[in-house]
Design a protein around this ligand. Sequence first.
Ligand SMILES: [Zn+2]
Length: 241
Amino acid sequence: MALLKAYRNLLRLFLRPVCPGCGGARADGEKLCSWCMLRLEPCRSIHLSSTGASIRQGNDAPADNPCNGVYVHSALMYRGLPGEMVVRLKFGGESHLASVAAWLIKEYSTVLPSSDELLVPVPTGPSKRRKRGYSQASLIAARLAPLLECSVLELLERDDGPSQVGLPLLERRSNVRRVFRLKRGAAAKLAGRHGKIWLVDDVATTCSTIHNASLALSEVYADSVSGLTLTYRGRSGGSIV
Ligand SMILES: [Zn+2]
């Protein structure tokens, strides 16, 4: 009997769900362990894509307009676990983290797309996609769409463009200015469509990536566009891409 109990305890230990954040044990029904949940800091501001300026939530803000900038909503601050997850998703081949990222966006973003709105992933350049085998924003959007019961469409493509590593704000902005364009057939898919489009990405730093993606969309789409990212890294955080 004691042997059976020991066997069951051992089995329970090995079958215990693993926390994708730290590799430790997590409780049944929880996405992350309690320690990893403590390493999450909600993002309290929204940011304007044209300047990267912070706008405190709850303040009145001008209507979205791609030329003046669209609003970028981020679920969590980059530091701590979210940043580690972004790096592992981008550079460590851990594509399974996209479903955790989608869950975190749903749990922590103060504004979420409604079911009649559209998610559009911010694409990765072809060379990075080939190297990684996937585009992280596409994976996150694909996992987020069923959680919010909304649709996702791949409407944009991106040139490789020069590296952003270590570049100051102005150079980062000019670097991504013309790297996005509409995919063939994107205009037809948007014809007759109304309602907000949400550009989904893993991280916002200067917000220039979402800004330029929104400008590409605005060539064929007149309605509102917003950005939605897992993390906000901020200008002082340097570059990871
Ligand atoms: Zn954990």
